[in-house]
Write a new protein. Structure first.
Length: 401
């Protein structure tokens, strides 16, 4: 039989009985509240677990691309400058006034064609004087030769002193040297006379004249420039790592195995109609940039290439038709390494790949993928390794009951 605490302990005092009643009330209510709170926490925990299970993220919607072999022909592009194979500045070798100009600015000229003429009066007079001096020296030589012959004959008969013959022979030798000196002077003034007419050193295009008729010029005065115009050289700078490949191109050009490896894109965006070939590689690499100059040669029959034009050279690379290609947007770069996600068994599997050349919107894959793999191209940013995926549009989530 249940007894109250004051009855169990035989408490008689009314005050003490009242206190014990309050204590009993509090203890019974506390036990009830603790039980109620425990039940609420348990229900809350079960509800959270059920909510978490109901709110699990759906598979990521992705699009895939089937990896297949394709044509890996592509073009490297290099900034280039057009330059003539031959170009010289036209400068006079003598002083004087320009009296004739035989060309029009920008005209195509032939080798040996007259360009400028300098007043040659003083040089013609000097030439005439030199010829006269030469003739005097030759006449004096003839006289000395006669004297030497006569004295030699007399000396053989002991008709003259030996000293007289020696003097005659010395005068004869001196006359010969005078003739040589006079001849050298004639050559010198004749050269100056020839320099009064300036001719084209090779076939090419003459520029705009820097002087007019009547202008006084002297040695090293720049008169004009002339450059060859067909064929034309095109210079590019290539990385030192590409030297073996361009050396092979150069050897093919020397073996006359020319093809359309090299093409030009003109400044207006049009393709130049004639392909070129390797002409030379420079002798040294620039240590500051790690590049070396390569010179190509292109025909210029229509005169479209002008010295100084900046353009782009395209170098064709034929990688064959068995290279694996994937869209470049499927590639993920992390700390200098490249990865792609492959759809397999409803999951996105991350694979490390090695890339080759980029061809338009695709890139060559050297390793890491196989033919038939399905690489993910859309939704890549949401993926991690082994993320659940759904190829195509996502399904609507099922309604919870």
């Amino acid at each position: 039989m249940f007894k109250e605490p004051w009855e169990r302990y035989n408490i008689k005092s009314k005050r003490n009985v009242t206190g014990m009643k309050k204590f009993t009330f509090y203890m019974r209510n506390s036990t009830r509240w603790i039980g109620l709170m425990s039940m609420m926490l348990g229900l809350s925990s079960c509800g959270n677990k059920q909510a978490a299970q109901q709110q699990a993220p759906p598979p990521v919607a992705v699009n895939v691309y089937n990896v297949e072999p394709g044509d890996a022909t592509y073009f490297d592009q290099y900034p280039a400058t057009v330059t003539p194979l031959n170009q010289v500045d036209i400068k006079p070798q003598i002083s004087g006034n320009i009296i004739q100009i035989f060309f029009k600015d920008g005209q195509h000229v032939r080798k040996g064609e007259k360009l400028y003429e300098i007043d040659q009066q003083q040089y013609k007079a000097a030439y005439d004087q030199a010829i006269a001096n030469l003739n005097v020296a030759k006449a004096n030589l003839a006289k000395m030769q006669q004297d030497a012959d006569r004295y030699t004959e007399l000396a053989q008969k002991d008709a003259i002193a030996r000293q007289t013959l020696d003097h005659a022979l010395a005068d004869l030798e001196s006359s010969k040297r005078q003739v040589d000196a006079a001849q050298a002077n004639v050559t010198d003034v004749e050269t100056n006379l020839k320099y009064s007419v300036i001719s084209a050193p090779f076939d090419g295009t003459i520029g705009i004249s820097m002087v007019k008729i009547g202008t006084g010029v002297y040695p090293q005065t720049l008169l004009n420039s002339i450059s060859s115009d067909d064929p034309m050289a095109v210079d590019i700078s290539i990385d030192q790592a590409d030297i073996p490949r361009f050396t092979e191109y150069l050897q093919k050009a020397r073996d006359d195995e020319k093809d359309s490896l090299f093409t030009i894109v003109l400044p207006d965006g049009d393709a130049y109609p004639y392909p070129g070939h390797m002409y030379l590689l420079d002798r040294t690499v620039d240590p500051q940039t790690g590049t070396i100059k390569a010179r190509l040669v292109f025909p210029n029959r229509k005169g479209l290439l002008k010295p100084g034009i900046t353009t782009n050279v395209q170098v064709r690379h034929d990688g064959g038709s068995n290279s694996l290609l994937i869209p470049y947007k499927a590639v993920v770069e992390q700390l200098g390494e490249y990865f792609a996600f492959v759809a397999s068994g409803g999951k996105a599997i991350q694979r490390k790949i090695s890339l080759g050349a980029k061809i338009n919107d695709k890139v060559v894959v050297r390793s890491g993928l196989q033919q038939g793999d399905q690489v993910i191209t859309e939704g890549v940013q949401k993926l991690r390794d082994s993320t659940a995926i759904q190829v195509g549009a996502p399904k609507a989530p099922a309604a919870t009951k």
